[in-house]
Write a protein that binds this ligand. Sequence first.
Ligand code: ZN
Length: 294
Amino acid sequence: MKKISGTMIPVAILFGTMVSICGQAAGEPPTAMVKYYEPEKIREAVPREPIPAEVRAQFLRPGELLAIQDKFAVAFQPVGTLEWHGRQNPIGCDSIKAERLCMETAQRIGGVVMPPIYFAADAYRDTGNGYGLGMDPVAGFQLPGSFYQIETELLKRFMLNACRNYLARGFRMVVIVSGHNPGLQQNLFDEICYMLKTPEGKEPVFFTMEYTAIEKGNPRRSGDHAGGYETSMMLHFHPDRVNSKANEGQKDPNLAISTNFPVEQATAEEGRIRLNLQVEGLSMLVRERYRRLP
Ligand SMILES: [Zn+2]
């Protein structure tokens, strides 16, 4: 008999409890679960499946995910907003642009697309009506649908954590694509890429805005806020979700729209052309960055 905390317990019962906890057969030494990803163990436990047409992570089975990672171990992370994009566009415009670009690029060159993120960084400013975020001070009041506000520090920690998770379980590179384009967003994600750079100079995380994926010098390498460009993209992706008549008869038809490409000139064809240029540019950038990884 063994004495634990003053109670007498038969040794056989105590031993039996230990066996069921560890899941070990009697006589075998207990093995510890390690704290890192074990590709060899996984190779035995999960047979590869054929690479599917689907590229979105949430729809993949583990055997498909592994088959994609074997070939091109890149995780695409679309980021954008839920934000006012004029009366005519859906509020998820920025994330929709980023996700679609990531999906078409992954279908072309390989990789997996993570679910989009709808929180983002933006600037606070006062244009004469008091301080506001993003397009609010331009309107002079808080716009409906702009739910993307988050503490910049919290977003930074969240993104660092997400990237580390992807890199710890089979991905060699993370490509973050933002459809939300303020300078602050660019700076934040550049810093995240820098923080995840290794001391030896390896850069496993790469960031780009969706429109800067287009090659330099092309006049279509430009963005806007809810203007002719973003409306063209929405007309291409989800024509049923654009209301081209929404601004008609309004006192301020261009309320909190920032562009030099008039909304009325937006077409689905322009959206198609821009997306193709972006997919082409992003495919080249990602392939080149992937090759650069040691
Ligand atoms: Zn936008």
